[in-house]
Write a protein that binds this ligand. Sequence first.
Ligand code: AMP
Ligand code: MG
Length: 388
Amino acid sequence: MLEAPKVFEYLDSISYRLPIEEVPIDRACGRIMPGHAHSRIASPPFDKAAMDGYAVRAADRRSRYHVVATISAGDHPTGSLQDGECAAIMTGAMLPLGADKVIRREYTRREGDEVEITEPEPLENVIKAGENCRAGDPVLGPRVLRPQDIGVLASVGIAELEVARRSHAGIISTGSELRAPGDELGPGQIYNSNGYQITAQLQSYGCTTTNHGIVADDRDRLAEVVEIALRESDLVILSGGVSMGDFDFVPGVLSRCGVEIGFHRIAFKPGKPTLFGRKGDAFVFGLAGNPVSTFVLCEVLVRRLLLHISGVSGEPPAVRATLSEEVYRKSSDRLEFLPAVIENGMVRPLSYQGSAHINALSEANCLFALDAGVERLSKGMVLDVRPI
Ligand code: AMP
Ligand code: MG
C-alpha cells in the first residue's frame, strides 16, 4: 500500500506534458494555461479621468475656472491647460496636457463657459498611466482560465494565448451487475452511476470524453474496450474491478494490454484499491467501484494529474474554514477525505455511511482531509478545505 504523500509525489514527478496550442481568447475559458500571460501595454495607457467633472492643474487652486474644452472618452485632447483654465471631462477620457486633477461634477456649478467650485475636491480622481501594470508585466500565472481572467487578458491587449491541448478521456464502467439508466433493472442489478459521474467530472475539468459504457466482468471483452480507449485517449478511467474479488479483472487485463502499473493500492480512504498505470502517453486510473470513492479519487488524483500534464502543478486551491463539530475516527492509518458543507466560514462534515452513500455528495460543496495518523479534529479548528 503506497503512502498518500508518495502517491502525490509519484503523479507530480511525471515529466510528460500535453502539447501546447494557440487559442483566441473567446475560446479560452476553461482551458489550462501553463505559462504566464504578459501585458502588451501599460494599463491604462494614458492618464485618465476616474470621474465626470473638470480637469484642472492641481497647483492652480481657485474658485472659478474658464472652460476651454470638452473631452469625452476616446478623444485625443491636443491643447494644454493654462492657469485659470479647465476642461469638462468624462469618466475614462484622457487628461489634457498640464492637467493632473479632476474636480467631480457634483462639486461644481456651471454657467456658460465658466465653472464655479462649490465644494473643495480632496481627491485627484486620476488613474495614472501604468497604474495597473506596465508593458511586459506578467498579469496571470498558470491556471485554469475563468471568465474574469479572460477579461484581464483582453484588457491588456492579448488576443490569443497558449494553452495545453484539450485532453481526451475514455471512461469504462466495469461490473456485470450494471445497467444503463433508462433500462429496466433485473434482480441483483444496479444502475451505472459512476460512468456518468466520471464523464461529467472530466468534462468539468475541460476534457473531451468518450463514455465507453458498461463492460461485464469478462476479461476478453474488457481487454477489447481497454485497447480502444488506450488508442484514442490521454486518460483512461475505469471504475470497479480493481479490488480483491474473484471477478476483479482490471489489474490483470491492463497488464495484458501493455499498461505498466505505477501503483496499485494506496493509503487513501475511500479509495484503497486505486490503481494507476501508463502505456506510452496514455495514463490509466482504475478506481474502486463505490461511487463516493470514485468521485473523491477522480477529484483528488485524476484532476491533479490532468492539471500536471497540462503544465499546472501542485496543491489545488483551498479555502480556510472553521470545523463546526468534532470529527473522530478509530483507525487513522490512511489519508481520509470527507465530503462536507461549507457555509458562512464554518465547515460541517456530512454523515455518509461508508463509501457507497452517494447522496451525501450532492449536498457537499467541499472536501476536507484527515492526514494519516490524525484520529481527531476538534470543534473550532481551522482547516483547509477544497471546494468541489
Ligand atoms: P467493485 O469495485 O467492482 O468491487 O465495486 C464496488 C461496489 O461499487 C459494488 O457495490 C458495485 O456494485 C459498485 N459499483 C461498481 N461500479 C459501479 C458503477 N459504475 N456505478 C455504480 N456502482 C458501482
Ligand atoms: Mg465489480
